[in-house]
Design a protein around this ligand. Structure first.
Ligand code: FNR
Length: 342
């Protein structure tokens, strides 16, 4: 097995080993209860949009798997879940397949299993337009995610050390691809400055993917054999802070929330903080590795739970959640004070 394929297996198994269970930044967000909701459960629609992409739920399965035989099997499970629950799904970075066509099947299984589903391909910002087109073709993808993961690369023993070309790569991909491009972090969050910069080069779909869930500094640090880089494990902005930063930015891009989202209430909170949709990775991986059928039942019941929360908030549409009354406390409130966020 090549080093690259082994890394893909390690990422999945280590994300399970370090699966985060405790509180996240979402504990800093409380909805203010009003006793007379002007809404009935049957009035609530979960339909969500990102540009021209239309979803039946305000959450999707975010990038994780593929690039080895085992992660291909994991992708098949995730694709079955996506198909049966009508959730959009992103594959993990397809760069392994661009380097070694023998790995293509571990990604294409997602399209094969879920021929009519919304599928996103994924590639790092170190790649240019040609590879972006190859990535889209590989899956007949509906959108392409470009990931920004500088802290992960820095801690990764075999990671990239050159990042200066990334912005030009992203610009050329956004300009040159005919399908939507989502630029995403991988669990380190985003600042308003990053979001404004992405906006200035034409990016219209941004996944802030913040701290609080999968921690790639921790995963890569564990994989290091020589010296450890412990301090990087606390690097980055939480998902809540990243969403607040996005609200403060000048961008008109649609915002996607991810990073530590594990429950229906957190999906609703993310939408109340401006997210059009939420991406879930480790939580769905955790459920899928345990039992695919049960995951389908649980995720189906999540949709009902989201509707009930929205009813209490008087929100008939996902967009309406942006106008709900909420309280920000704790570290997230302190961040707002220090960064002049109102
Ligand atoms: C990821 N993530 C990821 N992101 C990406 O853009 N390309 C990738 O190839 C991967 N690979 C990957 C593997 C595994 C096993 C996990 C758990 C995650 C990052 C992911 O899409 C997301 O941004 C973060 O994991 C934060 O979300 P969660 O896991 O806290 O829900």
């Amino acid at each position: 097995m090549s080093k690259n394929n082994n890394r893909k297996n390690e990422h999945v198994s280590l994300s399970e080993k370090f699966y985060p269970e405790g509180d996240t930044s979402f504990k800093d967000i409380s909805f203010i209860h009003h006793s007379l909701p002007e809404c009935d459960v049957r009035d609530v629609s979960l339909a969500s949009t990102l540009g021209n992409l239309h979803f039946t739920s305000p959450f999707f399965i975010n990038a994780m798997s593929g690039g080895s035989k085992w992660t291909g099997k994991v992708n098949e499970k995730l694709a079955i879940i996506a198909r049966e629950t009508d959730l959009a799904i992103a594959t993990g970075s397809v760069s392994a397949a661009l380097k070694d066509p023998a790995q293509s099947e571990s990604f294409q299984i997602v399209r094969k299993t879920n021929p009519n589903g919304l599928i996103f391909a994924n590639l790092g910002a170190g790649h240019g337009l040609e590879n972006a087109k190859r990535a889209v073709d590989l899956l007949n993808a509906d959108a392409l995610q470009i990931h920004l993961n500088a802290p992960q690369e820095i801690v990764m023993p075999e990671g990239d050390r050159e990042f200066s070309q990334w912005i030009e790569n992203v610009r050329s991909i956004v300009e040159g691809l005919k399908i939507p491009v989502i630029v995403k972090e991988v669990g380190f969050g985003m600042s308003r400055e990053t979001i404004d910069l992405l906006d200035s080069i034409g990016v219209t779909l941004i996944d802030v993917s913040g701290k609080g869930g999968t921690n790639f500094a921790q995963i890569e640090n564990y994989r290091r054999k020589d010296f450890k880089l412990d301090d990087f494990e606390a690097w980055g902005q939480s998902t809540v802070v990243s969403l607040l930063e996005a609200q403060e930015s000048k961008t008109r891009a649609s915002i996607i929330a991810s990073g530590g989202i594990r429950r229906p209430m957190e999906i609703v909170k993310a939408s109340a903080l401006g997210a059009s949709i939420s991406g879930l990775s480790s939580q769905i991986m955790h459920m899928a590795l345990d039992d695919v059928d049960e995951t389908i039942v649980s995720l189906t019941s999540w949709k009902e739970e989201i509707k009930r929360i929205m009813t209490l908030l008087g929100a008939k549409k996902i967009e309406d959640l942006k106008h709900t009354d909420l309280m920000i406390t704790g570290d997230s409130s302190e961040w707002c004070d220090n960064r002049d966020i109102n």
